[in-house]
Write a protein that binds this ligand. Structure first.
Ligand code: BGC
Length: 375
């Protein structure tokens, strides 16, 4: 009850203290701040594109359609600025439903086997939108809805999105009130913080689905990027990418990233490429370093910190050149990779995995920091 009150108090405070998005621009110093432009309309609701600029002039763009990070531009070691995530510069690109480029995923990141789970004696049936399985929240997950948006510009730019998911939406029980805050710091960290409350027990597993390519050019694959993951174990999957339930040691397998390794070095021995949940070594829910991705050509390094117990490393296996960027360049296989911080796939059907069930009176909270730097 206390938690619930504080959640609504926090929302209320936000509404009272943060000016609604009337201003087209809120800037503090030399270009730094947050701007807002029209981006179109979906389901009769206005969609905006927000640009968060930090003191270095680096920028993150986010739309309230699907809570999607559409671009993140930063300077490489030569000082040349370019985009490091896959995305589109107009809404139409997203309305064609690309594979979750930059999207906010919910209610459940990744798969739930056969779109079914049992909770407190009741069986729930979800949309099966990935073969026989449920993926990323269903047919119309959080990536395809319009979120309410409030901008903040205290010392560095932030955007707060909120959405109320109705009882029964995509088959899930309970009305779920979700709030997500994106904050872009002056040291190039994009922090994504999630809160949720429900009125009936329900699974919740929120994440962000950005595809990174640190070279800044979708003409390059990510196979030469080096990756380190703080995980001695991973969860093996069946042919439909549902965890088998085992927690397996990475030692001696292509899943061992406990020493930084090139992604392309062993990918050929992983059928279909990397699309696996890594069991982070952390023992508590404090935010800690989960992974480091680096690209020697551009000099860019991305550190991923999270409060979550798992990290889905997806090496862009299903990208096949069919989709083009806004500039018309083909988005080929392995030209972007995802590092999705989350609980393990199919947890509602795996009692031994950390629980993803949120109950009334409790608050879901998750924080991930993607920190970019030059090495
Ligand atoms: C999943 C992939 C899926 C991709 C895009 C990732 O999170 O693990 O299997 O293809 O999202 O939908």
């Amino acid at each position: 009850m206390k938690l619930r009150l504080s959640f609504y108090l926090f929302i209320g405070l936000l509404a009272a203290t943060v000016p609604a998005c009337k201003n087209q621009e809120q800037k503090t110093s030399a270009g730094m701040g947050i701007t807002k432009v029209d981006f179109g309309e979906v389901d009769g609701k206005k969609v905006f594109l927000f640009t968060l600029t930090n003191s270095k002039g680096n920028q993150v763009k986010i739309t309230n359609y699907g809570g999607t990070v559409t671009s993140w531009t930063s300077a490489d070691k030569q000082g040349k600025r370019s985009g490091i995530v896959l995305g589109y510069d107009s809404l139409s690109g997203y309305l064609a439903h690309p594979p979750y480029f930059g999207a906010l995923i919910g209610r459940y990141g990744n798969r739930i086997a056969n779109g079914k789970f049992t909770l407190d004696g009741a069986t729930y049936t979800l949309a099966t939108n990935n073969g026989k399985n449920h993926l990323h929240g269903g047919n119309k997950g959080f990536d395809k809805v319009v979120w309410d948006a409030v901008t903040e510009n205290d010392s560095t730019p932030a955007l707060v999105l909120s959405y109320v998911s109705k009882d029964g939406e995509e088959g899930y029980p309970g009305t779920l009130r979700v709030k997500v805050r994106y904050h872009y710091t002056n040291d190039d960290a994009l922090e994504i913080e999630y809160w949720a409350e429900t009125d009936k027990a329900t699974p919740v597993n929120l994440t962000n689905h950005s595809y990174f390519n640190l070279t800044g050019d979708v003409g390059n694959t990510i196979l030469d990027h080096r990756l380190w993951v703080d995980a001695d174990h991973y969860t093996p999957v069946d042919t439909t990418l549902i965890p088998t339930g085992e927690i397996k040691a990475v030692k001696g397998t292509p899943f061992d990233f406990t020493q930084a390794e090139k992604i392309g070095a062993r990918i050929a021995s992983v059928p279909g490429g990397y699309d696996h949940n890594f069991v982070l070594n952390k023992k508590d829910t404090a935010i800690s370093l989960a992974a480091v991705l680096s690209d020697s050509t551009s000099g860019r390094k991305l550190e991923v910190f999270t409060t979550e117990p798992g990290l889905q490393f997806y090496s862009g296996n299903f990208l096949d050149g069919t989709l083009k960027t806004s500039a018309g360049k083909a988005i080929n296989q392995h030209t972007g990779l995802c590092l999705e911080t989350q609980h393990f796939p199919d947890s509602p059907n795996e009692p031994a995995f950390p629980s993803t069930i949120l109950r009334p009176g409790k608050q879901y909270h998750s924080l991930t920091r993607y920190k970019l730097s030059l090495q």
